[in-house]
Design a protein around this ligand. Structure first.
Ligand code: ADP
Ligand code: MG
Length: 238
């Protein structure tokens, strides 16, 4: 039960309106990419879905349940950040199990879930390490593991590849695609990168200045962009 629905969502910071009447549907199991230039409101929209920002007006539903005024922990989502946001003093195992521990799961169950997720992501050898002893790609994999282990209805990714070098970016992008094929978890994925959007997105939402320019499947946007702005993001690179 992981569909996501935004209805007429607007957001102001003080007097400045940064999200303007955004409506969008992410279907159960769908991988939805939000793309737009820096400052177009991608992170703010994701944080609104997560419950890390409240809305000024509009409604958000997850799995058919209205969550507009619920805190993040009651939204059945897990977020993966570009900065990884790992706890530096905790081992990989502790990082991955932390949310489950907070939720009060028995130790044996936490261990079993962390072990299964570590196997899936090939992190078994790294479970006792601290984040500082990991490469960037490994840190991002742990950050994904921490989301996966909670088995949420929805994954939210905020530019998860942007701190990786070009080669790793391609590799981790492939891992994210594999993961989605395997788990089929509803996902909202923020990027400003055309290739990421076209390779990962089943649905793409193009944002500019806090407004939706166009929503469609990758080839629809590629073949039939509504304006030159969309074309410049997703059309033939010039
Ligand atoms: P993106 O992720 O697409 O780069 P953001 O969602 O981070 O864009 O930002 C959208 C706009 O909202 C920007 O103009 C940014 O300066 C503004 N903004 C974001 N967060 C805050 C905040 N906490 N306070 C004030 N303005 C903010
Ligand atoms: Mg951002």
């Amino acid at each position: 039960m992981g569909s996501v629905s935004l209805e007429n969502v607007s957001k102001s910071f003080g007097p400045v309106k940064v999200i303007h009447n955004v409506s969008l549907e992410i279907d159960e199991g769908e991988f939805c990419v939000l793309i737009g230039p820096s400052g177009s409101g991608k992170s703010t929209l994701l944080r609104i879905i997560a419950g890390l920002e409240d809305v000024t007006s509009g409604q958000i539903s997850i799995g058919g349940r209205e969550v507009t005024s619920l805190p993040p922990k009651h939204r059945d989502i897990a977020m993966v950040f570009q900065t990884y946001a790992l706890y530096p003093q905790m081992t990989v195992r502790e990082n991955m199990g932390f949310a489950l521990k907070l939720a009060g799961l028995p130790k044996a169950e936490i261990t079993a879930k962390v072990d299964a997720t570590a196997r899936m992501l090939e992190l078994e050898q790294l479970l006792d390490r601290l984040p500082k002893a990991l490469s960037g790609g490994q840190r991002q994999r742990v950050s994904m593991g921490r989301a996966i282990v909670r088995n949420p209805a929805v994954f939210l990714f905020d530019e998860p590849l942007s701190n990786l070098d070009a080669k790793l970016r391609v590799q981790v992008r492939g891992e994210i695609a594999d993961l989605h094929r395997r788990l089929q978890t509803t996902s909202a994925y923020v990027t400003h990168d055309q290739v990421e959007a076209m390779t990962l997105g089943q649905k793409i939402v193009v944002l500019r200045d806090g407004r939706v320019e166009q929503i469609g499947r990758p080839l629809e946007l590629y073949d039939d962009p509504v304006n030159t702005f969309v074309a410049s993001f997703l059309g033939t690179p010039s």
